[in-house]
Design a binder for this molecule. Structure first.
Ligand code: N01
Length: 496
């Protein structure tokens, strides 16, 4: 089979044999495995620390989990799925999809489950890999597909450990804890908390949502596909392609809006969110407490059909007083009130600047990634770090993150990385990494552009780095697509 990404290693019968390690068997790792195999580069192992593939979709099992990117876009372009149940299908369906595709494309046997890569060291032209179990490997190329929203961020709240009921992070959901008839508190109002609130409010005796910052909520219906629609998708793949192209275009429009805070499109998004609030929250006091005091889409935009309905249920309470402490009986707020609870859910987000860490990565001249990232994580086009040859990242630092399909992003990145790999495979060079000059130029332009995005208009969000600058691709998504078509070779140092 030939690759969809132009001339590949598969076309060269005289090329070098390369061995690869893929780190992570989530959406991006499975994708990479499929593309390597398609290109005839079958000497690879996918290292996965969990016992199952799926990454974030395997780890997150909270009630209401779904993807706020429509399913026909949040799937591989080469494995469209006529069976999606909804516009925004639930997480369990997405997990099943990745498992089925991995199986259909024959990459499951390549995965080493339950073994975490703890270190990668570049030595004499190859990467030495060590895992937690003591397993060793030596490879020519490492492709890190370790995800972004991966390490739970626990809040630093006085007395949290003293809570007498069940307490857990949203990404470590404890399904042994009953919610039916319980008094449940949720800390956080991000995409996760909003999905949980909508899913569980009716089961609880009382639901208390602790809001530090109000959110803009974009309304979006989530209709189920009818059996007739699914049958039509099965019969005619073009229908899915058309649907996907339409949704992709909508997201392109969104990307154009968010990178230009003053654009008319941004105004339309803000108006739609505002209308959602005005039309759907009846109590004026509650409406004011739900009204954000910053620009729409400055934080990651919440997409929800039913959050406002859920928070207006008679057993739901929105608490906007700051949390003072947690006590055995519940959460005490700054006004002195104790909110008595049986269950406390920490929907407090993720440490987003870890990327491949805590894996130790030692590049050329014994320089490690901690040193290279001493200021903050940086990578040329979010893929390659100077001095770390043949080490490529998917969804690495400063890539497109804001309400896009990360599947589309990863597919574009894999296509690009395959072209870097081709240079190695054909023997044109033995080591390839971005130059420091290219990295610096890219980063300087990125930071300047990031300052003009809506993410930089004054709010707290996980998009912002330690300087308050958005750590994201700050241009239109079309520019990302163009950048991924082919490497600019002068940005790379090719050795050997
Ligand atoms: O996390 P978040 P998330 N006291 O970081 C609050 C993706 N995702 O898990 O806003 C009180 O967005 C914090 O308050 P504030 C998506 O990319 C996708 O919800 O900082 N509150 C905030 O409200 C998303 O953006 C889907 O003032 C505290 C919340 O916790 C990303 O995951 C679904 C606090 C954290 O929000 C992360 O979303 C779900 C404290 N000490 C998630 N500390 C899709 O549908 C934190 N907070 C694709």
């Amino acid at each position: 089979m030939s690759s969809a990404f132009g001339p590949t290693a598969a076309s060269s019968s005289t090329g070098r044999d390369l061995r690869f390690a893929i780190v992570g068997a989530g959406m991006a790792g499975i994708l990479t495995a499929i593309k390597l195999k398609e290109a005839g580069l079958s000497d690879f192992t996918v290292y996965e620390k969990a016992d199952r593939l799926g990454g974030t979709w395997w780890e997150n099992t909270y009630p209401g989990l779904s993807c706020d990117v429509p399913s026909h876009l949040y799937c591989y372009s080469f494995a469209l799925n006529p069976e999606w149940s909804h516009t925004f299908s639930p997480g369990s369906e997405i997990q099943a999809y990745f498992e089925r595709v991995a199986s259909d494309y024959g990459v499951v046997p390549f995965i080493r489950f339950g073994d975490e890569v703890v270190s990668c060291a570049f030595d004499n032209g190859r990467w030495r890999i060590s895992t937690a179990s003591g397993h060793r490997d030596e490879v020519d190329v490492v492709i890190a597909a370790t995800g972004v929203l991966h390490h739970p961020k626990y809040p630093d709240i006085k007395g949290l450990d003293s809570f007498g009921g069940a307490v857990f992070h949203s990404a470590r959901w404890d399904h042994g804890v009953t919610l039916d008839g319980a008094r449940v508190g949720i800390i956080g109002t991000g995409s996760t908390a909003v999905q949980i609130v909508s899913a569980i409010v009716e089961r609880t005796e009382r639901l208390v949502l602790f809001q530090r910052t109000a959110q803009w909520v974009m309304p979006a219906m989530n209709p189920a596909y009818t059996p007739e629609e699914q049958a039509a998708f099965r019969r005619d793949r073009h229908l899915m392609e058309e649907l996907r192209a339409g949704v992709s275009q909508l997201f392109d429009g969104f990307s154009g809006a968010v990178v230009d805070a003053e654009s008319p499109q941004m105004k339309m998004i803000e108006d739609a969110c505002l209308k959602n609030l005005e039309d759907n929250v009846t109590d004026p006091g509650l409406r004011e407490r739900l009204r954000p005091d910053y620009r729409a889409a400055c934080k990651r935009l919440i997409v929800s059909a039913d959050f406002y309905r859920a928070i207006q249920e008679p057993n739901a309470e929105l608490v906007t007083d700051a949390i003072d402490s947690v006590e055995p009986g519940g959460v005490r707020t700054a006004d002195g009130e104790l909110h008595e609870l049986d269950v406390l859910v920490l929907a407090t987000g993720f440490k987003v600047d870890a990327f491949v860490r805590p894996m130790s990565v030692v590049g050329r001249d014994d320089r490690n990634l901690e040193q290279a990232w001493a200021r903050r994580p940086e990578a040329y086009l979010s893929i390659s770090v100077p001095g770390f040859p043949n080490f490529f990242m998917l969804n690495g630092p400063n890539g497109p993150v804001g309400n896009f399909s990360l599947v589309e992003v990863a597919e574009l990145q894999v296509g690009y990385i395959m072209q870097l790999v081709d240079r190695l495979r054909t023997g044109e060079c033995h080591e390839i990494s971005a130059t420091q000059a290219a990295m610096d130029r890219f980063e300087a332009a990125r930071v300047e552009a990031a300052k003009k995005t809506v993410w930089a208009t004054g709010c707290r969000s996980w998009y912002l780095d330690d300087r308050g600058i958005p750590a994201a691709w700050p241009w239109h998504f079309g520019r990302f697509r163009s950048a991924m078509v082919a490497p600019e070779w002068e940005a790379y140092e090719l050795r050997g």
